[in-house]
Ligand binder design. Sequence first.
Ligand SMILES: [Zn+2]
Length: 78
Amino acid sequence: MARCKRCGREIKWIDTPAGKHMPVDPDRKPYREGGGEVFITDRGEMMRGSTPFGPEPVDGYAYTPHWATCPYAEEFRR
Ligand SMILES: [Zn+2]
């Protein structure tokens, strides 16, 4: 498992359709469609959604980009 060079947390690299590698948090999380949060699908596609609260039905599971959770995100966002 790879680790973030900045915060040391485990990350996973996802290949995007554009041929790039996107660092994401290793665990997939439930999401609902619509919302202001960014999720990355298994295929590396970026989509918008929101985190469900409580027992709401979810629309699927997707990865969270690491820059959304990394405490040093401001430093490595280019
Ligand atoms: Zn990090």
